[in-house]
Design a protein around this ligand. Structure first.
Ligand code: UTP
Length: 274
């Protein structure tokens, strides 16, 4: 079995919940302390042994490309000063990783964004990180590392899930299935943003996936669903019906940095931690 070598970052969304901040700045570039959300995601992928980063961007997102590139003028300015150390993390990322980009021209949903990334991924299983779901597991294995371990055992698509308050099911994709072992469920059903009374469980899908490459053909055949968007949940349901999706209750913390509340919680958490 081939190792997971690439990670896809869908980062084309408008981030309307953060307007006006996201009018000219990509949501993924909003900083938690001094690092943009996307850098946390890239570091998580690196910790899982991945060095090829594939980013789906859109109009107004050029700051992302500039962030993961050298900045000679700035570097000249701070070289040899105490501030140089502030750049060591991003310098290391630029040295060790390859970044490639493609643009999603119309924001037709997460499923469509992932399909747009096909050109960067090709015919191999890959990780997906939604950078606005910020995960931390102290010094333990990162969430993506844990998921790759599950993938190596089950050899099918893996989705990260978390128990949520049943009243919040209408914000998430929600799953139901059969327990395989501790924290591992073979998915039988998935519903996008169900009302609490219709939710099959309180296990919500969060922004980490390992996907097998047949997902691209499935997305191509998937009709727009909830909100007129092409939902990854709908495409995954096709795989789930064939018994080929495992949900994994991960170890670690996750912050919904796509919402103001979650963003503030993440900021406080990392401030205390650092
Ligand atoms: P969200 O559902 O958080 O949407 O997308 P959004 O547009 O980013 O934010 P709001 O709801 O308007 O505030 C989840 C992830 O999927 C990506 C986003 O960039 C984010 O990482 N996405 C979503 C795309 O890349 N393209 C899309 O068409 C939709």
């Amino acid at each position: 079995m081939k190792k997971i070598k690439k990670c896809l970052f869908p980062a084309a969304g408008y981030g309307t919940r953060f307007l006006p901040a996201t009018k000219a700045i990509p949501k993924e570039m909003l900083p938690v302390l001094t690092k943009p959300l996307l850098q946390y995601g890239v570091e998580e992928a690196m910790s899982a042994g991945i060095s090829t980063m594939a980013i789906v961007t859109g109009r107004g997102k050029r700051a992302i490309e500039d962030h993961f590139d050298r900045s000679y003028e700035l570097e000249n300015q701070i070289n040899g000063t105490p501030k140089e150390s502030l750049m060591s993390g991003i310098r290391d990322i630029i040295k060790r990783c390859t970044f490639s980009y493609t643009r999603q021209h119309e924001m037709k949903g997460l499923g469509h964004a992932i399909l747009t990334g096909e050109t960067l991924i090709g015919d191999e299983a890959f990780g997906v990180i939604l950078a606005d779901d910020l995960c931390d597991n102290n010094k333990e294995d990162s969430v993506l590392t844990q998921m790759i371990q599950v993938y190596e055992k089950y050899k099918c698509s893996i989705i990260a899930v978390q128990e949520i308050d049943i009243n919040d099911t209408n914000k998430y994709g929600v799953i139901a299935g059969k327990i395989e072992e501790t924290d591992i469920i073979r998915v039988e059903d998935m519903v996008e943003k169900p009302e609490p009374k219709d939710a099959p469980s309180n296990l919500a899908i969060i922004g980490r996936y390992i996907l097998t490459p047949d997902i691209f053909d499935i997305i191509r055949k998937t009709q727009a669903g909830k909100g007129g968007e092409i939902q990854i949940t709908d495409a995954l349901l096709t795989q789930a019906k064939q018994g080929r999706v495992i949900a994994y209750k991960f170890n670690g913390k996750r912050f919904d940095c796509g919402s103001v509340d979650g963003f503030v919680q993440a900021t406080n958490y990392f401030y205390k931690k650092n």
